[in-house]
Design a protein around this ligand. Structure first.
Ligand SMILES: *[C@@H]1O[C@H](CO)[C@@H](O)[C@H](O)[C@H]1NC(C)=O
Ligand SMILES: *[C@@H]1O[C@H](CO)[C@@H](O)[C@H](O)[C@H]1NC(C)=O
Ligand SMILES: *[C@@H]1O[C@H](CO)[C@@H](O)[C@H](O)[C@H]1NC(C)=O
Length: 411
């Protein structure tokens, strides 16, 4: 006979007694419920201990930890408080978008893509300690210089955090067009493609005015905010090619010359023109060595073309509504313009800079020792983690095959 269970009010039917079926079922239910309860409780305990303090609920100790790092409340954003529940579930973003004009499935896909990207950032930022952050974590403590990349369009309520080397010129020109901040004879441009390139990077872009801190915070809270990112290593290659392989007086004088003096032990010509004509420039490996030697500060010693995106745009402090990627630029751009409700006045040009092949990395990094690759990854690790990038397979194991000079050139 089974020992009687303390919580049962009745005894088991004895041999020969008629089984009371409903009672028996009741008992069976209670036993299985209790077993299930004990099972899930044990599971919970083991999960908790496995993940240490990182997965603790936001009450008690974890909350103190989060609030001291991220802000006064559990929302991590101090006065800029973000919804504690995380990014909006897919569907909510579609509000006001005329879905009949788009293929429904494609929209759902894009919507889901945004949800996934925002959720990743949200989760990474929340799990304090998962990211190797060295910057001030509350928005309120931010020095104004840290918000220098926020471009604003007050007409439509849009903020764009520009990341150099990620179609930034195109997006700046769209922001100039939308905010009508550049006029020729008093008339704003009718088409963003007509804005002369040389005027885009000058003063025609409107930056968020950081003198009015409260207004600035209000706008950051209310406006639609977006940014575009790219594989961190590909971004570095792109920056190197743009700033050191092309003739550029400024970069030559202030970066190329000091880099060559330091790492090539060379006294390069003073004229950028002369150096360019003779192919005198830092190698990609000199450039990487220079980056590895930069101080691990809040990012300010990194020139903005290679400064980490998390230092440029602060995705843990500013809740972006849209995370675009270079790898999916055209699709993302079209969808973004819809969300911003400006797709009837701006068309993003197709095929804009899609030169993001992963094979680039393997090719360019053949000259980079494996130890350096590891250090470099550490420097850009939060960008990899926040934006869901990973290193190419075997990046640390096998040096990629050494290609000849001609093969390298075609990239
Ligand atoms: C920002 O605001 C200050 C103070 O009102 C003003 O002097 C300055 O011109 C503004 N800057 C820009 C770029 O609008
Ligand atoms: C702007 O001009 C480009 C070609 O110059 C054109 O393809 C694009 O559709 C125009 N944009 C709008 C919104 O009309
Ligand atoms: C961009 O690259 C991806 C992957 O290489 C490719 O599938 C896509 O068609 C390209 N897009 C454009 C506009 O060239």
């Amino acid at each position: 006979m089974l020992p009687s269970l303390p919580f049962t009010a009745h005894r088991f039917p004895m041999h020969g007694e008629a089984m009371n079926m409903p009672r028996f079922l009741q008992l069976l239910f209670m036993v299985s419920f209790s077993l299930a309860f004990v099972y899930f409780w044990c599971l919970g305990v083991s999960l908790n201990s496995k993940h240490g303090t990182r997965l603790q609920p936001c009450s008690n100790q974890a909350e103190d930890q989060l609030s001291s790092t991220y802000g006064q409340d559990c929302s991590r954003h101090g006065t800029l408080s973000r919804e504690p529940s995380g990014p909006a579930a897919p569907n909510e973003d579609l509000e006001g978008v005329d879905a009949s004009r788009y293929e429904r499935l494609k929209l759902l896909d894009l919507q889901h893509r945004q949800y996934t990207r925002k959720k990743l950032i949200h989760d990474m930022c929340r799990h304090n300690g998962a990211l190797r952050f060295s910057e001030k974590a509350t928005f309120s403590g931010f020095p104004n210089e840290q918000l220098a990349n926020l471009i604003v369009d007050d007409q439509h309520g849009i903020i764009y955090c520009y990341v150099p080397k990620v179609a930034c010129t195109e997006w700046k020109s769209i922001m100039i067009f939308l905010s009508e901040s550049l006029k020729i004879n008093g008339t704003p441009f009718k088409n963003h493609s007509d804005i002369p390139r040389d005027l885009i990077h000058s003063n025609s872009v409107v930056y968020l005015n950081r003198s009015h801190r409260n207004l600035m915070k209000w706008k950051i809270r209310k406006y639609k905010k977006f940014l575009f990112v790219r594989n961190p290593l590909v971004r570095l290659i792109s920056a190197y090619r743009d700033k050191f392989e092309k003739k550029n007086d400024y970069f030559y004088k202030f970066l190329a010359v000091p880099i060559m003096r330091r790492y090539k032990n060379l006294f390069p010509p003073t004229s950028a023109e002369h150096a360019y004509m003779n192919g005198i420039r830092p190698s990609f490996s000199d450039f990487i060595q220079y980056i590895l030697d930069l101080p691990d500060d809040d990012g300010s010693s990194f020139e903005e073309h290679w400064r980490q995106v998390y230092h440029l745009c602060h995705p843990c402090q500013i809740e972006y509504d849209f995370i675009g990627k270079m790898e999916t630029m055209y699709e993302d751009a079209q969808y973004l313009l819809r969300i911003l409700k400006v797709d009837h006045i701006v068309h993003f040009p197709p095929g804009t800079s899609n030169r993001t092949e992963e094979s680039w990395i393997k090719t360019w990094f053949t000259s980079i020792p494996i130890e350096w690759r590891k250090k470099l990854y550490q420097i850009y690790e939060p960008d990899f983690q926040l934006f869901g990038y990973s290193l190419p397979e075997n990046f640390y194991n096998n040096p990629a095959p050494i290609l000849c000079h001609e093969e390298l050139r075609q990239f």
